[in-house]
Write a protein that binds this ligand. Structure first.
Ligand SMILES: [Zn+2]
Length: 421
């Protein structure tokens, strides 16, 4: 799901030398949607020009990894569109961290739907494996990651199961566990949080069980695809056993739908207190949970699904997976609802909020979860003076994207011209 782009009207493409798409594919793409190619040499431009549709535009940039905002500005000028109508496509993963803080859509072309460990925090809007998949995105047949697509709802409007999951690896990539992820989590400090329903649902799930039925609807098709013997989760610390959210989700939702799946919740336990992971850096997190779990040998010879809500460093799931394997599990498949996305530290881009549409109200609109589990944008003055100003989800999201006008965003750059980097 594009978070920054509601309507795709043009694409900006950088393809490095490991191009695996055929020349006629590029031609087909350029005939479908206006394209701008970034080329690093004049020779490359000549070569590509002979292969793509007439009228396709080019930007020469000797080092495409640098000056991305300026390149984006050039592209929207060339195409005569706005930022919120543009997506960037590349097969070069090293662009993902920069692309992550740009207010445009992002697509990675890849041989498989798999991101290396150090890139899962910069997950693009789409990971695509062929031109046909790219065409499905342009024609809106394919909408993004399973959990984001399925759980982005507005009243009767529902996308259904039109998304994919993706894979990442653990920090120690030699460990034999697959990591499957159903979407992205932007925490409240991330500007994308205010348009991302899945992130709000994950945050809400830490407070109550209202999201469990929806989460299990997303997870069940993925769980079925593993063909595993049973399921468990990252167990809570001893002082938190009464707040075992994932246990409730598994027992009251997942296992009720899939009664033949074995319940290994009690097989894996946490044996000691440890500091909250979120206060710690990556290495400290691994040390913090070392030998903190115990598994009974009930899991011996079994393929176990290990469920977690948000995958960040993977320290806790790594320790749990190792504990299960030492107790004899033959296979552990790690499954997370979402992967935690880095918050851009960019000083360039911060987006203003939507104003309340009610006359003389100084409130702003916030993504708000309703009792029926749908979202709308409600006024921040609701609790103060009961202001009922607001807008439905898709209108609000669209308005937020429309604030990405090129003038608003890039005018800040003028001041940086004489800075020495
Ligand atoms: Zn208001």
């Amino acid at each position: 799901m594009f978070i920054e782009t509601n309507e795709l009207k043009g694409i900006l493409i950088y393809i490095n030398k490991q191009n695996f798409m055929a020349d006629h594919d590029w031609k087909r793409l350029c005939e479908l949607i206006p394209c701008v190619f970034i080329v690093d040499t004049p020779e490359r431009k000549v070569e590509l020009k002979s292969k793509v549709a007439d009228g396709t535009k080019f930007i020469l940039n000797h080092s495409p990894l640098f000056g991305l905002p300026q390149t984006i500005q050039e592209a929207v000028d060339l195409l005569g569109i706005e930022l919120f109508e543009l997506a960037y496509i590349t097969n070069d993963m090293t662009f993902l961290p920069q692309l992550h803080s740009e207010p445009i859509g992002s697509i990675l072309l890849s041989q498989g739907r798999r991101l290396p460990y150090h890139y899962h925090g910069f997950t693009p809007d789409f990971i695509l494996c062929s031109l046909d998949e790219l065409i499905d995105v342009i024609t809106q047949k394919y909408k993004g990651y399973l959990a984001e697509v399925y759980l982005t709802k507005d009243g009767s409007y529902h996308h259904g199961y039109q998304g994919y999951v993706f894979q990442t690896s653990l920090k120690d990539s030699t460990l034999p566990y697959s990591v499957t992820i159903c979407g992205r989590y932007f925490d409240p400090s991330h500007y994308k949080f205010n348009s991302h329903q899945l992130s709000h649902r994950i945050k809400r799930s830490k407070l109550d069980g209202t999201q469990n039925a929806l989460f299990s609807e997303v997870l069940i098709p993925v769980i079925d695809s593993f063909n595993a013997d049973g399921i468990t989760r990252v167990p809570p610390r001893p002082s938190k056993v009464s707040a075992d959210r994932l246990k409730t989700l598994i027992q009251e939702n997942i296992l009720r739908s899939r009664p033949t799946l074995n319940d290994y919740l009690d097989a894996l336990i946490c044996t000691r207190e440890y500091r909250e992971q979120k206060q710690l850096g990556s290495d400290a997190r691994f040390a913090n949970v070392k030998d903190a779990f115990y598994s009974s040998n009930l899991v011996s010879g079994k393929h176990i699904i290990l469920l977690d809500d948000v995958f960040t460093t993977g320290a806790t799931v790594t320790e749990c997976a190792e504990t299960l394997r030492k107790a004899g599990a033959t296979k552990v498949s790690i499954l997370a609802i979402a992967s935690h996305q880095f918050t851009p530290k960019s000083f360039v881009f911060s987006r203003s909020t939507l104003s309340c549409p009610v006359d003389r109200c100084d409130g702003h609109l916030r993504l708000t979860l309703k009792r029926n589990n749908d979202f709308f944008y409600g006024c921040s003055n609701f609790s103060k003076n009961n202001c009922k100003g607001g807008t439905n989800y898709f209108e609000g999201w669209h308005s937020i994207n429309k604030q990405n006008m090129i003038g608003n965003y890039y005018s800040d750059f003028d001041d940086f011209d004489d800075l020495d980097f």
